[in-house]
Design a protein around this ligand. Structure first.
Ligand SMILES: O=C(O)CCC(=O)C(=O)O
Ligand SMILES: [Fe+2]
Length: 202
């Protein structure tokens, strides 16, 4: 039996609704994040959706009580891991991505899907952090139009500690930034969706 989920407070849920993201700093056992980093480095090709089979330790990331609790608070007890997932590899020397929303905008008055982005290494400003723009999850924007957008005053660079899981609304504007550092920055992007409608209890 897994440890009890640590749910979000009402303030944290309200903050997510307004800003479109919530950061979880998970306390994994010593050496856990480093072991995942090493396994990722040994992959000969990117296995796409198969990343969970290739690196099964990732189950423990999304089963962490604080991660599971945040997902339950946002998407209900019946929250489901999506079969689509991806290991985003940002090696030294890459250029910044353009601002974008993933896939087709899924705008809906209820929260349906989130991205849960796990970082197995510390992400310093030079190591190509993911940059997100709070509040943009309600704003449908064609990727073409965003191609000329540069820095926003209120953008947030996810400079985080190893073991952090950044949970965002699926529609938030985001981009990988350039990696000026000397090692690869990984980000594991998993999707979670609501499995059933909210009831009176939650
Ligand atoms: O690697 C990142 O930080 C973000 C990558 C991304 O958003 C994408 O490729 O869709
Ligand atoms: Fe993306």
């Amino acid at each position: 039996m897994s440890e009890r989920a640590v749910l979000l407070t009402d303030e944290e849920v309200i903050s997510f609704i307004i800003r479109g993201y919530h950061i979880v700093e998970a306390d994994f056992p010593a050496g856990f994040n480093e072991a995942i980093y090493d396994e990722l480095q040994q992959l000969k090709e990117n296995p796409g959706d198969g990343i969970l089979d290739r690196v099964p330790k990732l189950y423990q990331v999304y089963d962490h009580p604080k991660v599971r609790g945040a997902l339950i608070s946002l998407l209900g007890e019946d929250v489901r891991m999506n079969s689509h997932r991806h290991c985003h590899v940002n090696p030294p020397g890459t250029r910044s991505q353009s601002w974008h929303q993933d896939g087709t905008n899924q705008r809906h008055h209820q929260l349906r899907t989130v991205l849960a982005m796990y970082y197995p290494q510390d992400v310093t400003p030079d190591l190509g952090p993911t940059v997100i723009m709070p509040g943009t999850h309600f704003r449908n924007a064609p990727t073409d139009r965003m191609a000329t957008y540069a820095n926003f005053r209120e953008q947030v660079a996810l400079t985080v500690k190893a073991g952090t899981v950044a949970i965002t609304h699926y529609d938030i504007w985001h981009a990988a930034s350039e990696n000026r550092g000397s090692r690869t920055r990984y980000m594991l992007k998993f999707l979670f969706s609501r499995g059933s409608e909210p009831n009176e209890d939650h």
